[in-house]
Design a protein around this ligand. Structure first.
Ligand SMILES: *Cc1c(COP(=O)(O)O)cnc(C)c1O
Length: 404
């Protein structure tokens, strides 16, 4: 990949030449085209959508709907199956409440995995507690792979909620096979995929995966904050009752009843983040232009390089979690370094202008399972290269010198 060409597209990297950004799993940087598109909206047609019949409102509405089409194209869905939310977290909560809350009976089961982000764990745990349902947790093996997921799926499984790519272990779960096996055990199981770490980094095709729902966030894939996606199969969405009530989601309202809009508008009550949604299209088009396969290959190579270099330099002093085979993992490397606290590692690296994350990365059950209080995490995207890895290694040597 000709990285130099991409680097200049990201103002933050182009300006701060010494910045080593290794925290794209928390949020990616944004290319200039996305920032420009936000500006274009506010400067040229920055008004509300749907309500107006005047020209600039029509233009804003058109731009907003073009993003819906772009998202659908990107994941091989249909535009009416794409719902705009605020983020992955809201998409998953929307499902927990409007999909299952009223249907869930005591004794019903929800299956999740121990590697879930809190956004795909806490809503299901709380729902199970409130409704007297059982939360079944799929375990992992020593290499960070899911352990016999079908053992946690029974005829009583109402929901299977799984992450596609772990934001800590980096594990890419065999979602397609797991869904197939789950549907064989219980065709009524609703399958929900947390795609927050997958859609930005892999080619994701919802029809090929065979899932019912997929959630992800714009801000982790070069787009603005404030925009999340919930994709659902049309039939699955039609059955869903709305989560938020209010303007834009209704056809007719009477003192004693309301007729709701069709999908996707049924789920988009109130004024959305119009600027964010519109600029999200620029991010999608940017990713399409680079090519998702190219991005995946670049990250796979870079992760392989980083794993090799970290082992060479630090041997058993540094423990990396997750699969050894880079084919099975995304560009996320969580590690423990001697018995240093993750926050101390991140602080010393921050002094070198290296951005990594420390803590439990919104995955406390996983850290408990690994027997860790915290870990440090470096994560890559298309704008990172071997030089960033070498800077990280140099930084970690300093960490050892100071803390060791
Ligand atoms: C970041 C992340 C989320 C939450 O995304 P938000 O945009 O903060 O809602 C959920 N799941 C995974 C795997 C993530 O990495």
């Amino acid at each position: 990949m000709n990285l130099k060409r991409y680097l200049k597209d990201f103002p933050l990297l182009a300006k701060a030449k010494t910045l080593i950004y290794l925290d794209s799993a928390a949020s990616s940087l944004k290319p200039a085209v996305v920032i420009e598109k936000i500006k274009e909206y506010y400067e040229q047609y920055g008004v509300n959508i749907f309500r107006g019949i005047y020209k600039i409102s029509e233009k804003a509405t058109q731009e907003y709907e073009k993003t819906r089409e772009a998202v659908a194209r990107f994941i091989n869905g249909r535009p009416e199956e794409v719902i705009f939310t605020r983020n992955t977290t809201e998409s998953l909560n929307l499902l927990a409440y409007s999909l299952v809350y009223n249907q869930l009976k005591p004794g019903d089961e929800i299956a999740v995995s121990i590697m879930e982000h809190h956004a795909n764990f806490v809503p299901w745990q709380q729902l199970a507690l409130k409704r007297g349902a059982r939360l079944k947790i799929i375990d992992i093996d020593d290499n960070g792979y899911l352990k016999t997921p079908e053992k946690s799926i029974t005829k009583k499984t109402k929901v299977l909620a799984l992450t596609y790519v772990s934001n800590v272990l980096g594990t890419i779960n065999p979602i397609k096979e797991i869904i197939k096996r789950a549907k064989k055990i219980n065709p009524g199981t609703i399958t929900i995929i947390d795609g927050a770490q997958a859609v930005p980094h892999l080619k994701v095709d919802v029809r090929d995966l065979g899932c019912d729902f997929l959630a992800f966030s714009s801000h982790k894939m070069l787009g603005p904050t404030g925009v999340g996606i919930l994709w659902g199969r049309k039939e699955a969405l039609d059955e869903l009752s709305p989560f938020n009530y209010g303007g834009e989601m209704i056809k007719e309202v009477y003192p004693d009843r309301t007729i709701f809009e069709d999908i996707p508008y049924k789920f988009e009550a109130g004024t959305p983040d119009i600027a964010g949604v519109i600029a999200f299209r620029a991010a999608i088009e940017y990713l399409e232009k680079v090519g998702m396969e190219k991005i995946r290959n670049h990250e796979m190579e870079l992760t392989g390089y980083a794993l090799k270099r970290l082992t060479e330099e630090f041997k058993s002093e540094l423990k990396v979690f997750g699969p050894k085979n880079t084919k099975d993992r995304g560009g996320v490397i969580a590690f423990a370094f001697q018995d240093f606290h993750g926050h101390d590692i991140a602080q010393i690296l921050a002094d070198e202008n290296i951005c990594v994350r420390a803590g439990h990365h919104c995955a406390m059950p996983l850290h408990q399972r690994l027997g860790l209080a915290s870990s440090a995490r470096a994560s890559f995207y298309l704008y990172n290269d071997e030089n960033d890895v070498e800077k990280l290694i140099k930084g970690l040597k300093k960490v050892r010198k100071i803390l060791g």
